[in-house]
Design a protein. Structure first.
Length: 294
């Protein structure tokens, strides 16, 4: 009982911050309150043993809760920009004053609704709350480099550069399409041309385990991290014949989906028309958590 009281006190000390984070993520006061309550329940279940920074831990937990809700919202095609903001009472209303002080109104919420869930989480946490990409990356299940790319794209859209993110996405699709064509045909030179010299391939544990279960005499072994374009090109040469183009959290990617069931994803980070990072994802839970279209 005493431990629960301490946990409750620590939570209350952070409630205002958590509600602000959730409101900027979700754009709805009611949903923000629900997310805060869910975060409290998770805290009570988990405790704080071994947690040095309780405020930081709570911020990442509420970010995960909000990300799940944003993804569910996308599936339902909902756009719950909070009408309560427009209909608040006069200037003496404390809630209205708080929202004005937060510098986020309906116009900002409308823009944030144009972002993918992953872009929104990356942008809000980094640009509004100064959370590092190293901390945000595990929330999104992406690398820090990929998370930085998501935040950058979200930032440009929020700043009004709508055409540039769309141009970026078009160029990304072009690069991923060229990678797929080169991999399918086994064109080693074409693969090298589209990979950055310092490209890194990261494979999750499920992907590594699956590769060990299906050894191939002419295919290099898959490890959690492979660096350099020659090594990465060698992995994918002639190996993507059954892959198809997909959209993964708003990014162009590849999916292996036998029978229509996604089994493996390849997520890309592209800079200056070169692939600088690939993530090979085979973990079923991670795949299920992503916003995937193919």
């Amino acid at each position: 009982m005493i431990e629960n009281d301490i946990l409750a006190q620590r939570f209350e000390a952070n409630r205002g911050h958590l509600r602000t984070v959730a409101y900027r993520m979700l754009g709805s006061q009611a949903e923000a309150d629900d997310a805060v309550q869910e975060t409290f329940l998770r805290l009570m279940r988990a405790g704080t043993t071994g947690i040095d920074n309780v405020a930081g831990w709570l911020t990442t937990i509420i970010a995960r809760v909000c990300l799940d809700r944003l993804r569910e919202r996308k599936l339902r095609n909902e756009v719950p920009v909070d009408a309560e903001v427009e209909n608040l009472a006069g200037a003496d209303d404390p809630e209205r004053e708080r929202l004005i002080a937060d510098s986020i109104g309906v116009a900002m919420l409308v823009v944030l609704e144009t972002l993918t869930p992953a872009e929104r989480v990356a942008f809000v946490l980094h640009d509004m709350f100064n959370v590092s990409f190293d901390v945000i990356a595990p929330v999104l299940g992406r690398s820090p480099t990929a998370t930085r790319q998501l935040a950058s794209r979200g930032r440009r859209r929020v700043q009004g550069e709508v055409a540039r993110p769309e141009a970026d996405r078009a160029r990304q699709r072009e690069v991923v399409g060229a990678f797929l064509a080169a991999s399918r045909s086994g064109d080693f030179s074409a693969l090298l041309a589209i990979l950055d010299p310092e490209v890194v391939l990261r494979a999750d544990a499920a992907a590594v385990e699956a590769s060990l279960g299906r050894p191939s005499g002419d295919m290099p072994p898959l490890t959690p991290e492979i660096r350099g374009r020659e090594a990465v090109a060698n992995i994918f040469r002639g190996r993507a014949r059954n892959a198809q183009l997909a959209v993964v959290d708003g990014d162009s990617g590849l999916v292996f989906a036998p029978g229509g069931q996604p089994r493996v994803l390849i997520d890309f980070v592209i800079e200056n028309s070169k692939i600088v990072e690939l993530s090979l994802i085979a973990d079923a839970d991670r795949i299920a958590a992503l916003d995937l279209k193919f």
